[in-house]
Design a protein around this ligand. Structure first.
Ligand code: 5AD
Ligand code: SF4
Length: 428
C-alpha cells in the first residue's frame, strides 16, 4: 500500500508542476513514505533522514509521510530538526499546501483523519502505470490484534465506493495495466453498493472487474480469515481472471497465542477455511504471515506454529520477530521472549517455510501456464514475469515484450524464481 500511496503522491505533485527527480539527480523535496509496523522500519526512517544531506552541506526539503508520521506526529520534528513536513496516510492529498507552508517557513504538520476521503481529492490516474498495478479499495482495520499498530495509524475500516474503484480500474487499464491487485489492510472486508444499489462484497467487485475489457488478471491482498466470505471462496472456483493465490495470515499455530493476540479464530478453523478454498481451487498458492516470540510464547506454542506451516502447505510466507509497538496491548504483556530465543525460532520457521516454497516451485516444473511479462531481467534478452501463482518466471526470448501474456512451459525451479520457455504468445 505504501507503493500505491507513493505513486499517488507523485501524481498529485506532478499535477502541481513538480516532477520526479531522476536517479542521481539532486531533489528539492524528498518524501520518506514510512512504515510503523515494526521497530526496525521506524529506526530506518531516522537513519535515512540523517543521510539526506547534499555535498555542499545544504539539504532538500524533507517530508515524512505514512504511518510513522501518523504515530509520532510533531515528535518527529523534535527528534529530527531537519524535517519540514509531517503528513499522515489519510492526509497526503494536502501535500501541495504543506509544501507551500514549509517553503514559507511555517510548521507543516497534518495527521488528521478527515471524514472526506483523500481519494476524492487525488487526480484521475493518467500516468503509464506498471503492467501490474495496485489499487487501494479498502483501508484501515477494526480487528485490533493486540500486537498491531495498524488500527491506530491507518484508522477504522473504510471501503472505497464501487464507482470510484471501477473508475480507477478503467483508468489503469486504459494506461496499460493488464493486472490489478486490489489492496486493503482487510481487503476482504470490502463492502459497497453496485450501480443497481445492491450490497456487494469483494467477490462482487471482483466479478465486475472480471468483465472489464483488457484486464487479464485480478489479485487481492491482505485478507483476514474471518472475512473470507462464502462468495469470495466461490469466486476462486469460477472467476477465470482471479489468480490462484491467497495471502491469508494466521500469525501463529497456537490457539493460546492466537487468543492472546485477539485473532478471533483458532488454528482448526483456519485449516478448515483453507480446505474449503482448496476444494474449489486445488492448485491455489497459499501465503501467510507469522510472528514468533509473541509475549509468553512457549516451545510448545512455537511447535504448534511449525505444525500449522506443515499442515497448510504454504507456497510462500513472511515471518517476523515480535516487535513491541507503543500503545498496543501486547506491549504491556508479561513474558517477553529473549532475543536469542526469537532468533532461533525465526530461523527454524524460515527454514521450514523455504522448504515448502522450494517444494511448491519444484512441483510447478513441467506445467504449461500463462506468464505476464513485467520487467527486463538482468541479462540482455531476458524478461521476468509472474505465473498465476505469483512466482517470478525468467524467460529468454528476444521477440517478447513487457506487457505480453505468454504461454510458458516451466522448465526449472529455484527457491525464489523459475525458468520458463515461451510456447506461444497468448491473445489479449
Ligand atoms: N511485531 C511483529 N510483526 C508484526 N506484524 C504486525 N505487527 C507486528 C509486530 N508488532 C506482522 C504481522 C502482519 C504483518 C503485516 O506484519 O504478521 O500480518
Ligand atoms: Fe493488524 Fe491485520 Fe490484525 Fe488488523 S487484522 S490489527 S492490520 S494484524
Amino acid at each position: 500500500m505504501n507503493v500505491y500511496d507513493g505513486e499517488r503522491m507523485a501524481e498529485m505533485l506532478a499535477a502541481q508542476g513538480l516532477s520526479e527527480a531522476g536517479e542521481g539527480a539532486e531533489p528539492d523535496l524528498v518524501i520518506l513514505n514510512t512504515c510503523h509496523i515494526r521497530e526496525k522500519a521506524v529506526d530506518k526512517v531516522y537513519s535515512d533522514i540523517g543521510r539526506l544531506k547534499r555535498e555542499d552541506g545544504s539539504r532538500p526539503m524533507i517530508a515524512v509521510a505514512g504511518c510513522v508520521a501518523q504515530a509520532e506526529g510533531a515528535e518527529i520534528m523534535r527528534r529530527a530538526r531537519t524535517v519540514d513536513i509531517v503528513v499522515g496516510p489519510q492526509a497526503y492529498h494536502r501535500l501541495p499546501d504543506l509544501v507551500a507552508k514549509a517553503a514559507a517557513g511555517q510548521a507543516a504538520l497534518d495527521t488528521d483523519m478527515p471524514a472526506d476521503s483523500k481519494f476524492d481529492a487525488l487526480p484521475r490516474r493518467s500516468k503509464n502505470p506498471r503492467v501490474s498495478a495496485f489499487l487501494t479499495v479498502q483501508e484501515g482495520c477494526d480487528k485490533f490484534c493486540t500486537y498491531c499498530v495498524v488500527p491506530y495509524t491507518r484508522g477504522a475500516e473504510v471501503s472505497r465506493p464501487w464507482a470510484a474503484v471501477m473508475d480507477e480500474a478503467r483508468a489503469l487499464v486504459d494506461a496499460g495495466a493488464r493486472e490489478i491487485t486490489l489492496l486493503g489492510q482487510n481487503v476482504n472486508a470490502w463492502t459497497g453498493e453496485d450501480e443497481a444499489g445492491r450490497t456487494q462484497g469483494l467477490d462482487g467487485l471482483i466479478r465486475a472487474l472480471d468483465r472489464l475489457p483488457g484486464l487479464a488478471r485480478i489479485r487481492y491482498t491482505t485478507s483476514h480469515p474471518n472475512d473470507m466470505a462464502d462468495g469470495l471462496i466461490a469466486a476462486h472456483g469460477d472467476v477465470a481472471s482471479l489468480m490462484p493465490f491467497l495471502h491469508l495470515p494466521v500469525q501463529s499455530g497456537s490457539d493460546r497465542i492466537l487468543k492472546a493476540m485477539n485473532r478471533s479464530h483458532d488454528s482448526a478453523s483456519y485449516l478448515r477455511l483453507i480446505d474449503r478454498v482448496r476444494a474449489v481451487r486445488p492448485d491455489i498458492a497459499l501465503s501467510g504471515d507469522f510472528i514468533v516470540g509473541f509475549p509468553g510464547e512457549t516451545e510448545a506454542d512455537f511447535e504448534a506454529t511449525m505444525h500449522i506451516v506443515r499442515e497448510a502447505r504454504y507456497a510462500h510466507a513472511f515471518s517476523f520477530k515480535y516487535s513491541p509497538r507503543p500503545g498496543t496491548p501486547a506491549a504491556d504483556m508479561d513474558g517477553m521472549i529473549p532475543l536469542e530465543v526469537m532468533d532461533a525460532r525465526l530461523k527454524a520457521l524460515q527454514d521450514e517455510i523455504i522448504q515448502g516454497q522450494v517444494a511448491f516451485n519444484r512441483a510447478s516444473v513441467g506445467k504449461v501456464t500463462q506468464v505476464l511479462l513485467e520487467r527486463a531481467g538482468r541479462h540482455p534478452g531476458q524478461l521476468i514475469g509472474k505465473s498465476p501463482w505469483l512466482q517470478s518466471v525468467v524467460v529468454e526470448e528476444p521477440g517478447a515484450t513487457i506487457g505480453d501474456l505468454v504461454t510458458v512451459e516451466l522448465v526449472s525451479a529455484g527457491p525464489n524464481s523459475l525458468g520458463g520457455r515461451i510456447v506461444a504468445r497468448a491473445a489479449a
